[in-house]
Design a binder for this molecule. Structure first.
Ligand SMILES: [Zn+2]
Length: 298
């Protein structure tokens, strides 16, 4: 039921009930790439129904998902410490009574960080499971010292002309505007242009299709490269092997497939490390047949 709901709504959250006193959970060790330190922070989990896969026979979908009708799917944010900056990519679902979610602050604590340490937030796109942690329950900024950045195209896609959106999503525009306005009022909201270099060693890669301005973030250090790929892929068990398979969430399905194929090709060629919002592990990909094998990066 929840997965069905996700298929039709896929947007705004409630607000995040972020605890101001994170618990001291077991320590999360970072992945080190050059001078980058990277932590996968799992905010929650959502079930994604196999029926969301487009262009795949239902029996094949079930088989690829290990005989199940839905994939138990993580919702990740990523903490990246780079020289001079502490960056958070996406913010999870936040507190939602229907989901196992809202663990971002505890996960940050396990990585040795607090919300106040974050000085840059990068949003891959404006779906609820990526922006849900931006505000506290009282409607104030959950990350009081962070500059919030999102592609201008993505922000405009949702807020400037709702008539372009599917009807079911049009009421989201005012809610999104209000959310980003909290950061804007504090002088902490800075949209960017496609492909902008956001800092030395950090640039945006337009990856439109899933949404109008969906963005991949590329970090480089000492010849190593990390891409935080947001929702470039939802079903790790299917779409690495079969990148041509789309999901019902993609607002421009053809474009989402094309972008996934192009970026996977490039990532495999350059041995880029991929951090996906809905992948259980950080991976590299290796060509195999018409698709890829995903190899976890320890
Ligand atoms: Zn997502």
């Amino acid at each position: 039921m929840r997965a069905l709901l996700l298929a039709t709504i896929l947007l705004l959250p409630g607000t995040a009930m972020m605890s101001s006193a994170p618990t001291t959970a077991s320590r999360l060790e970072p992945l080190r790439l050059g001078q980058l330190q990277v932590w996968k922070l799992q905010d929650g989990r959502i079930p994604l129904a196999a029926s969301l896969l487009k262009g795949l026979d239902p029996a094949d979908a079930r088989r690829m998902l290990g005989g199940k009708d839905a994939a138990d799917t993580p919702v990740n944010a990523f903490l990246v410490r780079m020289p001079g900056r502490t960056v958070l990519v996406d913010t999870g679902i936040g507190q939602d009574p229907e989901d196992d979610s809202g663990h971002l602050v505890d996960q940050l604590a396990s990585a040795g960080a607090t919300p106040a340490d974050i000085d840059l937030i990068l949003i891959t796109h404006d779906h609820f499971d990526h922006i849900g942690g931006l505000l506290k329950a009282d409607g104030t900024r959950a990350f009081p010292n962070a500059i919030l950045r999102v592609a201008r195209r993505e922000h405009a896609f949702w807020t400037e002309d709702p008539s372009r959106l599917p009807e079911r999503l049009r009421d989201r525009a005012p809610k999104l505007k209000a959310l980003f306005e909290v950061y804007a009022k504090a002088g902490a909201f800075r949209p960017f242009e496609d492909s902008e270099e956001l800092a030395p060693g950090l640039r945006a890669i337009p990856a439109h299709g899933h949404t109008g301005g969906h963005t991949v973030y590329a970090f480089t250090s000492e010849g190593r490269e990390l891409w935080c790929i947001g929702d470039l892929i939802h079903f790790g068990a299917v779409q690495f092997q079969r990148p041509e398979i789309g999901v019902a969430f993609d607002l421009d399905g053809d474009r989402a497939v094309k972008v996934r194929q192009e970026l996977f090709r490039e990532a495999a060629r350059r041995q880029v490390v991929l951090a996906g919002a809905h992948l259980p592990q950080i991976v590299r990909i290796i060509p195999k047949g018409a698709g890829y094998d995903a190899v976890p990066v320890p």
